[in-house]
Every structure is written in structure tokens, then in C-alpha cells.
Design a protein around this ligand. Structure first.
Ligand code: GSH
Length: 250
């Protein structure tokens, strides 16, 4: 019988990788503590945080393991797998290990972690945070992100439930949602993605979880102009550049 007592502490920020964990925790109805990590202050590079995630990035999570000792989790995909493996015994947002659907969920989870997240992250970096506009970088990553959106849109077009795998919302949906919602690429040519964005927002758990540790405003960005988005990115651009200078010295 799986252990259900939890002592979960989430270290996070308002980003696509951060909100996937709070959305999942809310979907599972698990109690958890939150520490908001101030990325602009590089809190994620402080020694105490590196003990939890040696990679110096959010999200990270600690818990008391089944043996009674603390356990640390980092990498959002690993955190999500841990949470459903240990706590989703009723399979609210997962399928039983070893089932056909379990492996299909895994396919999409890895697709997000290895493709959608990194590619869209770079697309965003070159379009918004680079000190100069390098068209090659912008085109390369935006086109790849658009291709990935097409892949997901096609998958959803074949789904009778409107979710990525089978008949329910799973960690595959929760892990991709924050990225597609981030609004880096217009959804005008992706009707199934557009409907799926709204479908997830309509779920009380995901809706609550997306506003951790502070309000999620990305959906409103979809109605902003290029100039407005660029202006809003100015503050982030400054600390991203500072952080990169720091990393280059390591
Ligand atoms: N593959 C990692 C990516 C984590 C990541 O890139 N987190 C970003 C926020 S979305 C971060 O902490 N950035 C701060 C930094 O790079 O210092 C995961 O999925 O957890």
C-alpha cells in the first residue's frame, strides 16, 4: 500500500516550469508549503538552495520519504513523476504503472522536458531577453516551437477527451500547459491547442495551482502587442543578462 502522509515543501517561481508542480499538487489535493524563489535576486544560486537543487533552478521540492528521512527532488519532470508515483494512488491524473497509457504519458512528458520547454525557452530568450536581436536565433527557435505546437495540436485533434492521453487530464497536459499558455507563439493556427488551454483553466485544481506563488498573467499577454510585450520584458532582460555574466565566470 502506498504511503500517503506528505510533508511537501515546494520552492518555486511564477514560470512555466514552476506552475506545473503547483498545478499538480492542487489537482491531487495535497497540502504543501511554498517558498517563493526570487529569480531576479538569484536566490536559486544560493548555497542553501543548491543543497536542494545542485542545478540552481526552480522548481525544487522536499518531502519526508517513506523511510522517514528527507528527500529532495529537482527537475520538474522528475518531481511530477515522484508525486504521482507516491501520492496518486487513485490515478486522478496518471495511469497505472505498466499500462499502455502510462507509457504514452511518459512519451509526452519527456517530449515536453526535452523539446517544448527548452526550445520555447530559447525562442523566448532570443526574442525578448537577448541584448541584441539575432534573427537567425529567433527564427530557429520560434520555428521549432511552432513545429512542436503543430505536433501537439495534431495529437489533440485525434483525442476524443480533449486531453493529450486517453480519457483524462494527466501530468502530460499539466507539464505542457504553462509553456503553451506562455504566449510566445500565436495560437491562431492551432484550434485544438486553444480549446485545450481553456479546458485546463476550467479545472479548479489547475486554475488554483497556476497562480502559485503569485498570479499567473500569461494568458492576458495573448492580447498584448509586440511593443507592449517587449516593454514588459525589460526588467527580466536586465537580470537574465546579469545572471549569464555570473554563469560565464563559473
Ligand atoms: N529542466 C528544468 C528547467 C528549470 C528551469 O529552467 N527553471 C528556470 C525557470 S522556468 C529557472 O530557474 N531559471 C533561473 C536561472 O536560470 O537561474 C526543469 O524542468 O525543472
Amino acid at each position: 500500500m502506498a504511503e500517503t502522509k506528505s510533508d511537501i515543501h515546494l520552492y518555486t517561481a511564477q514560470t512555466p516550469n514552476g506552475i506545473k508542480v503547483s498545478m499538480l499538487l492542487e489537482e491531487l489535493g495535497l497540502p504543501y508549503k511554498v517558498t517563493a524563489i526570487e529569480l531576479s535576486q538569484n536566490t536559486q544560486k544560493e548555497p542553501w538552495f543548491l543543497e536542494i537543487n545542485p542545478n540552481g533552478r526552480i522548481p525544487a521540492l522536499t518531502d519526508t520519504f517513506t523511510d522517514g528521512s528527507p528527500i529532495r527532488l529537482f527537475e520538474s519532470g522528475s518531481i511530477m513523476q515522484y508525486l504521482v508515483d507516491r501520492y496518486d494512488t487513485e490515478h486522478k491524473v496518471s495511469y497505472p504503472r505498466g499500462s499502455r497509457e502510462y507509457w504514452e504519458v511518459n512519451n509526452w512528458l519527456f517530449w515536453q522536458m526535452g523539446g517544448l520547454g527548452p526550445m520555447q525557452g530559447q525562442a523566448n530568450h532570443f526574442a525578448r531577453y537577448a541584448p541584441e536581436k539575432i534573427q537567425y536565433g529567433i527564427d530557429r527557435y520560434q520555428n521549432e516551437t511552432r513545429r512542436l505546437y503543430r505536433v501537439l495540436d495534431t495529437q489533440l485533434s485525434k483525442s476524443t477527451s480533449g486531453y493529450i492521453v486517453g480519457d483524462k487530464c494527466t501530468i502530460a497536459d499539466i507539464s505542457c500547459w504553462g509553456w503553451v499558455a506562455a504566449g510566445c507563439i500565436s495560437l491562431d493556427e492551432f484550434p485544438h491547442l486553444s480549446a485545450w488551454i481553456d479546458k485546463i483553466v476550467a479545472r479548479p485544481g489547475s486554475e488554483k495551482g497556476r497562480h502559485v506563488p503569485k498570479p499567473h498573467t500569461a494568458l492576458e499577454n495573448r492580447h498584448k502587442t509586440e511593443a507592449e510585450l517587449d516593454k514588459a520584458a525589460a526588467a527580466t532582460r536586465a537580470w537574465v543578462q546579469e545572471g549569464m555574466k555570473g554563469d560565464a565566470k563559473k
